[in-house]
Design a protein around this ligand. Structure first.
Ligand code: CO8
Length: 266
């Protein structure tokens, strides 16, 4: 993994099994400009190709914001074709997050607005501090969400909440607790416990069979795009494959021998 980025910090932790990505523009509340998106894309592409990395966490620098949206100062100078390219670049990052084999965790404190909300909702697991705020204020700028918000939010929280948030803009941001109840966020903790809770989540994922976790991400992700019959067939095939990859034999043997499985020794 390279660490030569200007706008993001990439760290390897837990013996190289976890990559920690920090969007590092706290003075602009970590707003996403083209450079940030290009660096995120490069970092995620390199992680995607590194099987030893099993989990990625994404957070914003500072206490105030995860990401306060796309960089408005930079966006105001775009023309139509540059705006399309900018949206496609942001979308590429979100598609990469969804398709890469690693579990990607959004660790959200403070504002997750516009492109920040869109990046968070592309992640596999959202863990939020109780001071988090999710919103799609693009309409207040005369814009629309462009990094997937019009497509992913309704899939996450249902049509009524998505349409309310997107069409009311600043008039309807979700506090962490509301985001938790709406199903956007799966864990919510006090801000001082966000790091510990993230570590607990990492412990759980890293203790599980690596191939099993990768397969689950793919199947659950695909379930939203294919019909139930096809999804169930894919599940049965993948379930059977658990025996040939060898992980299941170790997992079940360890359970019966009342010991922790040695998945990582394979
Ligand atoms: N872009 C650029 N700079 C920003 C952004 C942003 N999105 N958000 C905050 N900043 C900057 C501020 O300009 C300010 O800079 P400076 O100190 O130089 O004046 C600094 O960060 C701190 O911000 P504030 O002083 O405003 O802090 P407050 O605590 O008063 O307010 C808010 C915090 C409420 C988060 C406020 O900063 C805000 O409303 N930010 C903008 C939120 C927003 O509208 N986000 C959506 C942007 S649009 C978008 O994301 C579209 C995505 C898809 C694009 C598709 C491609 C075309």
């Amino acid at each position: 993994m390279h660490n030569h980025y200007e706008t993001i910090i990439v760290e390897s932790t837990r013996n190289g099994t976890v990559a920690r990505l920090v969007i590092n523009r706290p003075a602009a509340l970590n707003a996403l400009n083209r450079k940030v998106l290009e660096e995120l894309k490069a970092a995620l592409t390199s992680i995607d190709a590194t099987p030893a990395i099993r989990v990625v966490t994404i957070e914003g620098a500072g206490e105030k914001a995860f990401i306060a949206g796309a960089d408005i100062a930079q966006m105001q100078n775009l023309d139509e074709s540059e705006a399309r390219r900018f949206a496609l670049l942001g979308q590429e990052v979100t598609i990469l997050i969804e398709s890469m084999p690693q579990i990607v965790i959004a660790k959200v404190r403070g504002f997750a607005l516009g492109g920040g909300c869109e990046l968070a909702m592309a992640c596999d697991i959202l863990i939020a501090a109780s001071n988090a705020k999710f919103g799609q204020p693009e309409v207040n700028l005369g814009l629309i969400p462009g990094f997937g918000g019009t497509q992913r939010l309704a899939r996450r929280v249902g049509l009524p909440v998505a349409l309310d948030m997107i069409c009311s803009g600043r008039g309807r941001t979700l506090k962490a607790e509301e985001a938790f109840h709406a199903g956007l966020v799966s864990r919510m903790v006090d801000p001082e416990n966000l790091d510990t809770e993230t570590e607990t989540l990492l412990d759980a994922i890293l203790a599980a069979g690596p191939d099993a976790v990768r397969t689950c991400k793919r199947l659950v992700r695909d379930s939203l795009n294919i019909n139930l019959a096809a999804g169930l067939q894919a599940e049965a095939s993948a379930f059977a494959r658990c025996w040939s990859v060898g992980e299941a034999s170790e997992g079940m043997k360890a359970f019966l021998e009342k010991r922790a499985p040695a998945f990582n020794l394979k």
